[in-house]
Design a protein. Structure first.
Length: 583
């Protein structure tokens, strides 16, 4: 939709004017026999059966009872069934009310069919039921849920401009939340300032949305300034606001300010909950301060706030990142002792830690425990195990785990297939790798340029340059654009085989295709020319490298130093680089 005024939705609201917006009391149906909807409806079949019984009653149950039935169905996520039953009601000419129409609109929105939700609006006109702020709040949420940002903003502007109904704090919050969640922080701030000037003043939730958006943008100064505004205006703060600030400060490592806001919260009798404590613990763990994180956890327990599974997982991950597997396992065992069942993330964290330390026996033992606890390994779990097994050369076990995943596990993703292909190529199993690659291509499995780069790298390192070039040339036919890693992989393959002219052509080709070489690309090609003693041609690339601000890495510098020792005249070819490269 390109602006609201000329759009299709306007066909449904020609009658939206302030003159027809009035107070409305829900239509009451006749009182029938007593029906306890909550007790009778436990599943969709119960709901449909009760509906069929209700529509045959004489007198009919009240409209409120139908609404209650629909509300329960929505809670059960049977949105399309609500729509079907409403249509049946219309055929039977059963009375409806505003609450029921709002339920219908909400059902369409929850189905991500906001166009259908707008098609309900003419029913208001036909039945004389006025539109209210709830209707528009629901429509706005539906538009934001489908990322129709412009449409949502235009609808909101139309409601305000034409005085269709008075926006309340919920409507403002709906728009502000929708904008902030999609990165439109400045627009969210503008709306807050608009509220401050109008009749509907912002409440604590309005400020909380903006503060959270500023924190997520890393603008902590702006968030703190807004908090100070709230204090000056006498608007109270809540746990959500302090949680946003503390989370943002933790991510920036500003621990003194974290302590300040913690103290401020407590002084205001706003006590940190498990989620805020976990935010701090997570921030400390990501900075490697796991002991400090454990101290925070001990403090929260003393304050009567029990850690949850996320808290324990965060600390386990912190220890795993530092390679302290014994401590990570201790946290895992403490969690079990406290009768907190580990989830698949708990196991995946520990498995990843063991794999990185090449302790595959323990990782495999944990993989076996997962099913014993009634859990199922995730794709990430399998990918981690597969990568670990290939790293230590346990090819047979890797094949067995991959086969198990194909048979009974979750569906492999690109990462799974890339890991297996890379493993096969690494250990020279080129035929098996290409057999799997061809099978995946025939099945039209989801692939990306990274996946193909793995195949190209494997072929190049196994001396299969012709096959690699064939796969590379096919990329454009399947709509994939090579990136700098793809080109660099091919250049590496050519250099390893001493095919320097082909490497040079590939370098120029990537530039012509709008993909500038990076530092790694130049290092690869310079090393290739150095090894083949092509010093005069190498000079060109070294100058290009210096002009782009690139420098040698340790391996290139070492190679150059060794060559200079044997042939000091090489330095005369590259005098410009004496001051630009430090060896």
């Amino acid at each position: 939709m390109r602006g609201f005024s000329p759009c299709k939705y306007n066909n449904y609201i020609p009658f939206l004017s302030s003159s027809i917006i009035r107070c409305y009391s829900s239509v009451k149906g006749k009182i029938g026999v007593h029906i306890n909807v909550e007790n009778e409806v436990k599943c969709l079949d119960d709901a449909v059966s009760l509906f069929n019984r209700m529509v045959r009653m004489n007198p009919l149950p009240s409209v409120t009872l139908f609404c209650k039935l629909y509300k329960i169905m929505i809670d059960m996520k049977h949105y399309s069934s609500v729509v079907s039953l409403f249509q049946e009601m219309r055929k039977l000419r059963i009375p409806i009310n505003d609450f029921m129409l709002n339920i219908l609109i909400n059902s369409y929105c929850l189905m991500h069919c906001v166009d259908c939700a707008f098609s309900v609006l003419p029913i208001y006109m036909k039945t004389g039921i006025p539109l209210d702020v709830v209707t528009f709040n629901t429509l706005l949420r539906g538009l934001f849920a489908q990322n129709k940002i412009r449409d949502a903003v235009e609808l909101f502007k139309k409601v305000v401009r034409e005085n269709i109904c008075e926006p309340n704090q919920v409507m403002y919050a709906t728009v502000m939340n929708g904008l902030s969640k999609r990165g439109h922080t400045q627009k969210t701030i503008s709306l807050l300032r608009l509220m401050e000037q109008g009749n509907t003043k912002p409440n604590i939730y309005s400020y909380a949305i903006v503060i959270d958006a500023l924190c997520k943008d890393g603008n902590l100064d702006g968030a703190i300034n807004l908090l100070n505004e709230m204090k000056q205006k006498g608007i109270p703060q809540d746990r959500f606001i302090y949680g946003s600030l503390i989370d943002g400060l933790c991510k920036l490592g500003q621990w003194e300010k974290v302590r300040t806001f913690f103290s401020e919260m407590v002084n205001l009798n706003i006590y940190p909950d498990v989620y805020i404590f976990t935010m701090v613990i997570d921030g400390l763990c990501k900075e490697g301060k796991v002991e400090a994180a454990e101290e925070v956890m001990e403090h929260m327990i003393k304050k009567g706030v029990e850690p949850n599974i996320i808290t324990y997982n965060v600390i386990m991950d912190g220890y795993c990142l530092r390679g302290q597997l014994v401590r990570a396992r201790r946290i895992f065992d403490i969690m079990i002792d406290k009768c907190i069942e580990p989830d698949i993330f708990s196991y995946s964290i520990l498995i990843n830690g063991y794999c990185k330390k090449k302790k595959l026996a323990k990782a495999m033992q944990l993989l076996g425990e997962i099913s014993q606890r009634g859990l199922k390994p995730s794709t990430v779990t399998y990918n981690t195990i597969l990568h670990g097994l290939f790293e230590v050369g346990r090819i047979g076990d890797a094949k067995r785990v991959y086969a198990e995943m194909l048979y009974a596990g979750p569906k492999p993703d690109i990462c799974t297939h890339s890991t297996v292909l890379d493993g096969y190529f690494r250990y020279g199993l080129v035929e098996e790798a290409m057999s799997l690659f061809n099978k995946l291509e025939r099945k039209r499995e989801n692939t990306n340029i990274g996946f193909y780069t793995v195949v190209l790298n494997g072929l190049c390192k196994n001396g299969k340059l012709d096959e690699a070039h064939s796969v590379f040339e096919k990329l454009s036919l399947i709509g994939l654009t090579p990136d700098v890693r793809t080109y660099t992989t091919m250049i590496t393959g050519f250099c390893l085989q001493g095919l320097l002219d082909e490497a040079k052509r590939m370098l120029r080709k990537m530039e012509d295709n709008g993909c500038p070489p990076n530092n790694v690309t130049y290092r690869v090609i310079v090393q290739g020319f150095l090894r083949c003693s092509k010093f005069s041609e190498m000079e060109t690339f070294m100058k290009e490298m210096a002009d782009r601000g690139f420098s040698f890495d340790a391996s290139t510098a070492e190679l150059l130093v060794n060559i200079v020792r044997e042939n000091p005249s090489v330095l005369d070819i590259i005098p410009e680089l004496h001051s630009k490269n430090k060896y």
